[in-house]
Design a protein around this ligand. Structure first.
Ligand code: BDP
Length: 706
């Protein structure tokens, strides 16, 4: 009997997929099925001269191919057999040079994968103009095998120049808005100890084309610029360099005062400029390829040039001039809003920045959040994108889901990023998409880029959940190719992260694609926004009216009362900040897309929506639909059990259960609150389970039993 049980247990172990922690992300390199072996076989890996990036490419190919095909290819200097893989640049490899490949259009980072015949032997080449281009090509090649795609000819070059992760990590190891554990950057053990995790971090980023990072929070500490921290940063930069990743630093405007006791941080004071000059010299000595500075100034209480009655342009230009001789850039954030009760927060950044258009140096790039307020589940795009044609603009996206369910909710951000990039601003007529502004092509800017607020921490799975990894992945892929679709990327990711079996991939991708609309529905439908708990931004709190400033209170964002709900942003001037025909469209409720209805308009509760329902009934329907979508996600995922290892499968099961419980919490708390004003009954069977007071009284992170 005992033996029998043991045999059964062993059988189970043999058949179940190997438990996975998620540490390997999408770079798992598990063995390909027998049917694919001949398709992907590589007989020899032919390399030329070596360099740190070429060595990284070779190491990754060896790792990937030995994992997937059972053995690493034989290293070789020449092609003598069929099935060789040749990698290099015309400078590093005479074989690549001799092939006369069309590398011209690939720039400094693009790559080419091509099936070729060399000295009569059939093989494949991965070529580029630079060593890091070869590395990107190696990752793309491995991606094809991992996702079981044929190795056909590929040519790819990034559309943007700066593809950067902004870590909001503090020097003490905590992470602002981080839901994946503490920071992976250990400032205590740097510079002596360069954790192997930094290398895995670099590999993951390089595999999706990310080429920059700021390791420290935008709410920066002056100490980051002290000699000790520059030395630490230099060690980190050294670990990332072979992977084509440049280090940048977030800087605190008042650093000269705090570190060196200068009397002022006025950008026009010569002593201040000298201080930054000396600092830049010190940094570039330690980090020769240092990328530049990221600045949050005069925003949410951070110091900045306005403290000295100077403009953002005065501040940005001063440090831009300092960085210019080294080729460094300044990423100056446009996330500003003043607490002026008469000013609508949604209009603030536009009002401050548009008058400065044309005044910024050419190595300044203004970094603009996708929406005018703040990384909400849904916002219209920021009107700034269309209004600063003489300034390089970078798009800032948030990968960490501060306002979208944080660690646990399964929300794939691909559709949100795609919606932003494809949005037509009409800056110069139709076709003036955010993608074309972000990549610099619309107004011919040399600097272009996308920044993503990272969702990375030292949790075993890096991102706090397996599905959060997809958001890191899609950020990188869309920063590289601003036109790629969210669905294509989801499919790529799912195939690599789990299995390429279509029986798994199709429903999983469908679930991912529907997940963003679900969170909009159960949190903030119809243009509602910022009704999360004050401070931690986790749960529902539309009732919140506490706090030091009006624009930090939820009621400011919906203004629900008996006569209606929503913000009149036609009256506030926000709708008029958009270009025609959007401004006209947004100025009337009837022509405003319903997903932005209460963003732009204040409407009575009995306003008729397109469905024929009253506004109140429509709101109820959306909240219901959001919860129902999560229930569908749960059922869909349950059916995926045969395809996923137990460890990752059950994490998703548990997190979906949390999401479902919290979606109900969101729906019922919000509806209980808005019902006080709507003057209309709940449709039968739709009333929240508890009175409003119960929802209001919940302690942090706790939701009432569904
Ligand atoms: C807000 C975050 C806050 C950030 C700020 C920013 O709540 O933690 O410091 O954005 O982007 O959404 O600077």
């Amino acid at each position: 009997m005992r033996l029998c049980a043991l045999a059964l247990a062993m059988l189970c172990v043999a058949t179940a997929a190997k438990a996975e922690t998620g540490y390997d992300l999408w770079l798992r390199y598990t063995p390909v099925e027998a049917a694919y072996k001949s398709q992907y076989g590589v007989s020899a890996l032919v390399t030329g001269a070596s360099s740190p990036a070429l060595d990284a490419a070779r190491a990754e190919l060896n790792r990937g191919l030995s994992g997937m095909l059972g053995a690493a290819p034989v290293p070789a200097a020449n092609v003598t057999v069929d099935g060789a893989l040749v990698i290099g640049t015309p400078a590093s490899s005479s074989i690549v040079a001799g092939l006369n490949l069309p590398l011209k259009g690939l720039g400094g980072e693009g790559y080419l994968i091509r099936n070729v015949t060399i000295t009569g032997r059939k093989g494949t080449v991965i070529a580029a103009n630079s060593d890091v281009g070869v590395l990107y090509g190696a990752f793309a090649y491995l991606r094809l095998i991992q996702s079981r795609q044929p190795i056909t000819d590929v040519m790819s070059a990034p559309r943007t120049r700066i593809r950067i992760l902004n870590h909001w990590d503090n020097l003490d190891g905590s992470v602002e808005r981080g839901y994946a554990g503490a920071s992976i950057f250990n400032w205590h053990t740097l510079p002596e100890y360069v954790s192997p995790r930094y290398i895995d971090y670099a590999r993951a980023n390089a595999s999706i084309g990310i080429n920059g990072m700021t390791p420290n929070n935008v709410n920066a500490r002056a100490e980051s610029l002290s000699p000790a921290y520059i030395e630490k940063a230099a060690a980190l930069a050294g670990a990332l360099r072979p992977y084509g990743i440049r280090l940048y630093l977030s800087v605190r405007w008042s650093a000269p005062v705090e570190i060196s006791k200068l009397k002022t941080a006025d950008p026009l004071d010569p002593a201040v400029k000298q201080w930054w000059q000396a600092k830049a010299a010190e940094i570039y000595k330690a980090i020769p390829d240092f990328g530049g500075f990221l600045v949050k100034a005069n925003s949410e209480g951070e110091p900045g040039p306005q403290d000295y009655h100077r403009t953002h342009a005065d501040g940005a230009n001063m440090i831009a001039d300092v960085l210019k001789p080294y080729g460094g850039v300044v990423m100056w954030r446009a996330f500003v809003y003043a607490n002026d009760p008469k000013l609508d927060r949604a209009t603030a950044a536009y009002k401050e920045f548009v008058p400065l258009d044309g005044q910024f140096r050419d190595n300044v790039v203004v970094q603009v959040k996708n929406g005018p307020i703040d990384f909400m589940p849904r916002e219209p795009f920021s009107p700034l994108f269309a209004a600063m044609p003489r300034t390089s603009l970078m798009l800032e996206l948030q990968i960490t889901k501060e306002y979208l369910g944080q660690q646990t909710h399964l929300v794939y951000l691909g559709p949100l990023f795609e919606e932003t990039l494809r949005a037509d601003t009409y800056a110069h007529g139709p076709g003036s998409t955010i993608a074309r502004i972000t990549d610099g092509s619309l107004d011919n800017h040399a600097i272009s880029g996308v920044a993503g607020v990272a969702n990375i921490g030292n949790d075993m799975d890096w991102s706090g959940s397996i599905f959060n990894q997809a958001n890191w992945y899609v950020f990188g892929r869309m920063a590289w190719d601003t036109e790629i679709s969210a669905r294509t990327v989801a499919e790529e990711w799912a195939r690599q992260t789990f299995t390429a079996d279509p029986a798994f991939v199709t429903p999983t991708v469908d679930m991912m694609m529907a997940s963003r609309e679900a969170v909009v529905d159960y949190m903030t439908p119809l243009g509602l926004h910022h009704i999360m708990t004050n401070g931690n931004h986790m749960g529902p709190a539309p009732w919140d009216e506490k706090g030091p400033r009006d624009d930090w209170k939820a009621v400011y964002y919906h203004r629900a009362a008996a006569d209606g709900v929503g913000v009149d942003r036609v009256a506030s001037g926000h709708a008029a900040q958009y270009k025609s025909p959007l401004k006209e469209r947004f100025s009337r409720a009837a022509t405003t897309p319903e997903e932005y209805l209460l963003w732009f308009h204040r409407l009575p509760w009995d306003y008729r929506t397109k469905s024929g329902r009253t506004l109140w009934d429509e709101m109820v329907a959306h909240y219901r639909r959001g919860v129902d979508s999560v229930a569908r996600m749960q059922a869909g995922w349950a059916a995926q059990k045969p395809y996923v290892d137990a460890e990752r499968f059950s994490q998703v099961v548990s997190f979906l259960a949390i999401q479902h419980r919290e979606a109900i919490w969101w729906r019922d708390a919000c509806l209980a609150y808005f019902a006080q004003f709507s003057g209309q009954p709940f449709p039968p069977g739709y009333a929240p389970k508890y009175p409003l007071e119960t929802y209001k009284a919940m302690p942090m992170f706790a939701s009432p039993p569904p």
